[in-house]
Design a protein around this ligand. Structure first.
Ligand SMILES: Nc1nc2c(c(=O)[nH]1)N[C@H]1C(S)=C(S)[C@@H](COP(=O)(O)O)O[C@H]1N2
Ligand SMILES: [Mo]
Length: 421
């Protein structure tokens, strides 16, 4: 272990990533400085379907491991057994590519009032990339694991945890067998170190935290990870059972071996006492106009309001746009690629009048679940949903309220020469 303080190494790590990404990402600091967190530097990321690697947000808690693909192995443990080299992962199984919209479960946390702890993201921690690798189902089947009933797959990161909590996350085997990928390329290039080199788990449509980077062990068990599940030192269950749980102020979430419903929204509606952020809640963001500078319109011309909308394992059914702060709503057109687990583009041709306007977007999924208008007061908890509010929760997770994501836009007529503000 290095003798310098971990914080120093973290700062150098952040500097190196920012430099490599050359202006595509911006830092967002955690007050305790535990995380490396970089968000999309501009809203315009959300006006495009594919996020260039340079603009893809980064989020992790420990330092990046000093990995060498030639020496890296993935151990298969629990109800199966084996050890895969990276050559095995690449060459012994089919190669696939999946598109995946990844959103940090803490995205939107910065809009909770009062503020919660941890990284104060606004809406910049979401991205869509192509990930190339091996279907997890091929590895599982090859090792005799075919029955998902009651079983979970735990992926463990090789990031150094300084002897405290191991980065271990569990997903139901049903999801793992369905569409998950052990990825070694991102957007057609070898995985960058900060995104999980040499290999990471991709869980299409599920919150970022489930997508374990630097995977060194895959474990099949009949429960999700609980304290003592793993054959290694350190705390095992922190990232599954303590952190990343959605719960009201001032209580400790219960440890569960299993839950019956994986759908995050169904959990929020009451299926699970303290929900786990698994698949992403229905959400949308406007990419352009981005509000960064005034826009000038000519008489008779419209302004394209363009953005992205996603719904985890579910499909986006509808996106509505408001250009008057939520008084009236108009249906936007969905267009572009339509892949499971990824966002869709939407557009609306806005007949913009000069003045200042608040643009909002609100998506509805194919189960009729619509983004709530705002984040609730801290003590509302489950009642919030009935009042068209997202429940304020102590960790600030999985928020999908539309109103805080609005864009303030100033519009000038094109005969106005004083476009200085
Ligand atoms: N091993 C490991 N994997 C991890 C993390 C981590 O701290 N360690 N952070 C998770 C979180 S919280 C997020 S949001 C995503 C971010 O993936 P990205 O940095 O490639 O965008 O990685 C996840 N995978
Ligand atoms: Mo995250």
């Amino acid at each position: 272990m290095a003798t310098e303080r971990p914080r120093d190494a973290r700062h150098r790590e952040i500097d190196a990533i920012v430099e490599a990404k050359a202006g595509g990402v911006a830092e967002t600091r955690d007050e305790a400085d535990k995380y490396t967190v970089l968000g999309a530097a501009s809203r315009r990321t959300f006006a495009n379907w594919l996020t260039p690697t340079e603009e893809h947000f980064v989020c992790h808690r420990n330092d990046i491991p000093d990995a060498d693909a030639d020496a890296w192995t993935v151990s298969l443990t629990g109800e199966f057994d084996g050890e895969l080299s990276m050559a095995d992962v690449r060459d012994e199984y089919p190669t696939v590519a999946v598109a995946h919209t990844m959103e940090c479960a803490g995205n939107g946390r910065g809009q909770h009032r009062p503020e919660t702890g941890s990284v104060q993201w606004d809406c910049e921690a979401a991205a869509t990339a192509f990930w190339t690798g091996t279907p997890v189902s091929s590895i599982l089947r090859d090792h005799g694991v075919t029955d998902p009933e009651g079983r979970w797959l735990t992926a463990i990161g090789g990031d150094p945890s300084d002897g405290d909590d191991v980065f271990a996350r569990s997903i139901p085997l049903e999801k793992a067998l369905d569409d998950c990928v052990l990825a070694y390329e991102m957007n057609g290039e070898p995985l960058p170190r900060e995104h999980g080199y040499p290999v990471r788990l991709i869980v299409p449509g599920w919150y970022g935290v489930n997508n374990v980077k630097w995977v060194e062990e895959l474990r099949v068990m009949d429960s999700m990870v609980v304290e003592g599940s793993l054959e290694r030192p350190g705390e095992h269950a922190h990232w599954q059972q303590v952190s990343y749980r959605i719960h009201p102020r001032g209580n400790e979430p219960d440890e569960n071996e299993t839950v019956d419903t994986y759908d995050t929204w169904a959990q929020l509606e009451g299926a699970v006492e303290h929900p786990y952020p698994f698949d992403a809640n229905v959400m949308s963001l406007i990419g352009t106009p981005d509000g960064a500078s005034p826009i000038t319109v000519r008489a008779g011309e419209t302004v394209e309001v363009r953005g992205v909308a996603w719904a985890g394992d579910d499909a986006v059914d509808r996106v509505q746009v408001s250009t008057d702060g939520g008084d009236t709503w108009i249906d936007a057109e969905l267009f572009g690629p339509d892949y499971a687990g990824t966002w869709r583009l939407f557009r609306y041709d806005w007949d913009a009048e000069p003045g200042r306007h608040t643009l909002l977007s609100c998506a509805t999924d194919d189960l009729g679940r619509r983004q709530p208008s705002r984040i609730s007061e801290p003590d509302a908890w489950r009642d919030a949903l009935e009042n068209d509010e997202y429940p304020w929760n102590e960790g600030g997770y999985a928020s999908n309220a539309y109103e805080p994501n609005g864009v303030e836009v100033q519009v000038h007529a094109d005969d106005d020469r004083n476009v200085s503000k």
